[in-house]
Design a protein around this ligand. Structure first.
Ligand code: NAD
Ligand code: AKB
Length: 310
């Protein structure tokens, strides 16, 4: 096989959707999905792979003639705080393995998902610029910002075509989020369609940048397909969808379920969210490779509820 694509961490919230989109675009035989554990319902080529194991990663790259890697494997923000050093180890060692194994085995292009978690107290909360000081306060944010530097390093030193997006919280009906601070914005819709009250772990006015799954996947594929000369930022691009607070999502749900009830019980995740931007400036992505989001809050709510009801 040649020109195959490898996805690490493909059983997660984004991977389960991305792997099917890539199959539809490039063909089932070109996409190799992988994760720590098998994925029984997945219809395609699958390898069990711990991405922190460099030897196993190199074996799979050689076996399938991998030319592109979407490196999704990670421990997200809230789970990462339970064991910060373990989260650093997975997030950082796996990415360094991907970079090094790619350089040594002929992989040409890598996608590295960064996050709004790279921003900390020094960054403006509103319309956070792409190019600002990064002083994250979670182990996850530290690993993502360090990863951005390594992406830039491998591009400049080895001419490895690494491309990256700083995703906001991703909202989709297809899969369940994996232990992040933005997870409430998916869970709230599941409660709404079950006509149950929702216990929210953030404060009612905690505004965060979010993006609908369809937009996030489209942005990823558009970035990876953009002509090389259009990619001017080799750390990571800010990516924006729609910014809103729990109170605003609840209000949009109430337009469809007038009796929907939300109860606020902020926990440790509120502290993480408070340090993250309220909104981010993605003008560099729009100018450089033509990014444009399609989903606002109203459209997200209508689609989430319609799809989850089915
Ligand atoms: P997720 O937690 O749902 O999935 C991550 C997957 O990685 C899981 O299936 C897990 O089994 C796997 N994994 C963990 N350790 C591994 C290892 N050592 N080797 C191989 N696989 C391993 O995450 P997601 O939401 O799908 O996120 C995908 C990527 O996008 C992550 O890098 C995440 O940081 C980034 N991101 C996600 C969001 C979001 O809102 N979902 C926002 C910003 C950035
Ligand atoms: C998280 O909350 O950890 C993720 C992210 C924004 O990176 N959804």
């Amino acid at each position: 096989m040649s020109n195959a694509i490898l996805i690490t961490g493909s059983n997660g919230q984004l991977g389960t959707v991305l792997r099917t989109s890539l199959q539809q675009k490039y063909g089932k035989d070109k996409v190799i999905a992988s994760d720590l554990r098998p994925s029984p319902n997945y219809d395609g080529i699958f390898e069990t792979l711990d991405a922190t194991n460099e030897e196993d990663l190199a074996t799979i790259i050689k076996k399938y003639g991998i030319k592109e890697i979407y490196h999704l494997a990670a421990i997200l923000s809230a789970n990462g705080e339970k064991n910060p050093l373990a989260s650093w180890n997975v997030n950082m060692m796996a990415f360094l393995n991907v970079l090094e194994a790619s350089r040594l085995n002929g992989v040409e292009k890598i996608f590295y998902p960064s996050s709004i978690a790279v921003f900390g107290e020094s960054a403006a909360l509103e319309n956070t610029p792409n190019d600002t000081f990064l002083d994250p306060l979670t182990a996850y944010g530290i690993s993502k910002s360090a990863g951005e530097m390594w992406a830039n390093y491998y591009f400049h030193k080895y001419d490895l075509d690494v491309r990256s997006l700083r995703y906001p919280g991703v909202i989709g009906y297809q899969s369940i989020p994996g232990g992040g601070t933005t997870d409430y914005a998916v869970e709230i819709y599941h409660s709404a369609v079950k006509e149950e009250a929702f216990n929210c772990f953030l404060k009612e006015d905690e505004t965060l940048p979010m993006i609908f799954m369809e937009d996030a996947i489209r942005a990823t594929i558009e970035l990876m397909e953009a002509p090389r000369e259009k990619i001017k930022i080799r750390t990571s691009y800010n990516l924006a969808g729609a910014s809103f607070s729990p109170k605003e999502v609840a209000a949009s749900i109430k337009e469809i379920y007038p009796r929907f009830e939300i109860i606020y019980a902020p926990d440790h995740r509120q502290e993480i969210a408070a340090k993250w931007p309220n909104s981010i400036d993605d003008s560099a992505a729009r100018n450089d490779w033509g990014w444009q989001a399609e989903y606002d809050l109203k459209k997200m709510t209508a689609t989430m509820i319609e799809k989850l009801r089915r």
